[in-house]
Design a protein around this ligand. Structure first.
Ligand code: AMP
Length: 450
């Protein structure tokens, strides 16, 4: 298929010709008809698959020339870099069209952006926080938005933008087309879709760039977290074979827990990355792993997917992800550029259903291996693995939600101090029994004499 086969118009075809793009990528092919149909669309695809054009081509195809001031297309993205990138891509595509595109992001002068949007525009590409600020200033109105695109929604939610997204969604006209792109599916993403999308059509490219034949997949059935960790410890002892190991876990707490365990044994060889870590910490982790300074990186799905790290010797799926697409993205981190990669998939009994979904998506089974005999089987369960105790007829008992969570602990003595303010005056008062005042410098001396 070529771009000529899609129902595009001359300005778009000319722009594509200038870019020397002839064939649509798989996600572009699938997204085109889905978005043109006017239905809500959820696309699962990561950066590098051509997803920006996947949503922009049909949107631009449908966008008619207009002189109206208010934007008709809103593209929300999580970071300023992505705003710049998406605006650039749109500008390339609209080289032969009269389309006004503006990029909006925080950390720069809001007045300049205010002026810019006041000029009138067709497409606005924005980070949620700054856009909302401009709406509150009445610099921009959302009443004409016909198409909403939320790009990299998994990152957006992981960075805590849910509140801002909801605020903006509330201001949009009800009759609009929603389009969403995410590299990974998470519960939070699914919830957002459930609440805001009308029977969306789901399109996905399972894996980009890396053919599955390039990756040797091995499966292990392992009963719990600690046994899985014991297995990893054994594997990682072989430093030559396990030279650059990317370990995936489903969520942040698990990432920290596993990192701490591994770091005890392989001091200074491990690092960790997830969205609760500071930007500096994350950058350092990536650099250390990329440069080979640390040979083990523990990462959550969302944070690891933007990484372009070469020569990963092994991807270890510490858990079996619920969404099979996430598995495809994970294993795609190894076996890049014609190199053979190895992926290990650790599955507990509870996760076996997820394994089935993965195998169904790939249309192949993951060969299963026995756990080496020297791996110690642990019976210790982490809190998430412990069976929930249901007590009947005990209405007085606190339910789980009320109970203090794992983060609850008594404050240390130092932190129990209450700030009473004016500490200097209190110190002096304690020492001299009565506040020393300017007006009566000799008060204490006089009292002592008596
Ligand atoms: P994206 O996934 O949107 O970040 O796009 C990745 C890169 O692929 C961008 O630099 C695009 O300009 C480029 N690209 C998008 N579509 C095509 C295509 N059909 N053929 C070749 N390159 C493309």
């Amino acid at each position: 298929m070529t771009f000529q086969d899609l129902n595009l118009n001359t300005p778009l075809l000319n722009a594509l010709e200038d870019l020397q793009f002839q064939t649509p990528t798989p996600i572009q092919e699938q997204a085109f008809s889905a978005i043109m149909s006017g239905k809500d669309v959820v696309g699962i695809a990561q950066t590098g698959t051509g997803k920006t054009f996947a949503y922009m081509l049909p949107i631009l195809r449908m966008l008619k020339y207009s002189e109206q001031k208010n934007p008709r297309v809103l593209v929300l993205v999580p970071t300023r870099e992505l705003v710049v990138q998406v605006v650039e891509e749109i500008e390339k595509l609209t080289a032969y069209m009269n389309t006004r595109v503006v990029g909006i992001y925080g950390g720069t002068n809001i007045n300049t952006q205010h002026q810019e949007v006041m000029q009138g525009l067709d497409i606005i590409v924005a980070t949620p926080g700054r856009l909302y600020d401009l709406i509150l200033r009445r610099a921009i109105q959302m009443k004409s938005i016909q198409k909403l695109v939320i790009d990299e929604v998994d990152v957006m939610l992981d960075l805590g933008f849910r509140f801002q997204i909801n605020n903006i969604l509330e201001l949009l006209p009800v009759n609009r087309q929603n389009i969403m792109f995410s590299a990974t599916m998470t519960e939070a993403v699914e919830e957002l879709i459930d609440i805001n999308f009308k029977q969306p059509q789901k399109i996905s490219v399972a894996i980009s760039g890396t053919p599955l034949d390039n990756i040797e997949q091995r499966g292990y059935k392992i009963q719990n977290f600690h046994t899985k960790a014991n297995f990893l410890r054994e594997l990682l002892k072989d430093k030559e074979t396990y030279s650059k190991v990317l370990i995936f876990v489903g969520y942040k707490r698990m990432a920290d827990r596993l990192f701490e365990l591994l770091n005890e044994e392989f001091v200074d060889e491990c690092t960790v990355i997830h969205s609760n870590k500071t930007q500096n910490y994350r950058l350092r982790s990536i650099r250390q792993f990329g440069d080979g300074f640390c040979r083990v990186l523990v990462a959550t799905d969302v944070m690891a997917r933007g990484l372009d790290i070469e020569n990963v010797s092994h991807v270890i799926n510490f858990d079996t992800p619920e969404y099979p697409e996430n598995y495809m993205h994970r294993i795609g981190r190894t076996g890049r550029a014609e190199k053979q990669g190895i992926s290990l998939l650790l599955t507990t009994e509870k996760e076996e259903e997820n394994l089935e979904k993965i195998e169904y998506l790939m249309n192949m089974t993951v060969p299963q291996y026995d756990l080496p005999e020297n791996v110690e089987i642990s019976t210790v369960l982490i809190p998430e693995e412990q069976p929930k105790v249901f007590e009947i007829n005990n209405p007085g008992k606190q339910n789980d939600e009320d109970a203090p969570g794992p983060a609850f602990h008594e404050k240390s003595l130092k932190n129990q101090k209450v700030n009473l303010g004016g500490s200097y005056r209190r110190e002096i008062a304690k020492k001299y029994k009565k506040p020393k005042t300017r007006g009566d410098k000799n008060y204490n001396r006089r009292n002592k004499k008596k």
